[in-house]
Ligand binder design. Structure first.
Ligand code: T46
Length: 140
């Protein structure tokens, strides 16, 4: 069951979990199933120093799902009106980030690994990296 959040265009993605006694766990996701778009890009973030923040931007069109495969982070979401603060610390539960959501990742635990599935190729022009610009666009 996916859980909606206060911020628009966002929800928690619960993946299938195959937990086998003595063999460990397996989770999976597929395009247009657990992931609501065709995956065009995969990237991962790791070896982030504790106390370092990342993110601090919104995407005009790109949609993404983030999974914390190891460790823990807090992700701060802001749609211009509502805010959410979510801890990601379960490889089985991701977060869908749709368009126009300001997001910051912080409180990285040591050795955290974040995996991100994206709906589009990397395009710097898809980023809004200035918060005031983001605010203006979301108040329209
Ligand atoms: C996001 C959060 C969750 C590339 O060349 N290709 C890529 O696919 C990506 C993602 C980044 N880059 C370059 C752009 C910058 O020169 O890598 C550098 C670091 O990117 P950035 O400072 O945007 O990294 P984060 O961790 O702040 O944000 C990243 C993604 O960029 C962003 O889309 O939503 O993770």
């Amino acid at each position: 069951m996916n859980k909606k959040l206060k911020t628009k265009n966002s929800y928690l993605v619960q993946l299938p979990l195959i937990a086998e006694r003595n063999r460990g766990n397996l989770s999976f996701c597929e395009s247009k199933k657990q992931i609501p778009f065709n995956i065009k890009r995969v990237y991962w973030i790791y070896k982030v120093p504790v106390n370092q923040k990342r993110g601090g931007h919104a995407h005009k069109k790109t949609e993404q799902v983030l999974f914390c495969l190891q460790g823990s982070i807090r992700i701060e979401l802001d749609d211009g009106i509502h805010k959410d603060s979510i801890i990601l610390n379960n490889p089985n539960i991701g977060i869908f980030l749709g368009r126009m959501l300001w997001h910051e990742m912080e409180d990285f635990q040591k050795n955290t690994i974040l995996l991100i599935l994206a709906s589009d190729f990397y395009k710097e022009r898809d980023y809004i990296r200035d918060y005031n610009t983001f605010k203006k666009l979301t108040q329209k």
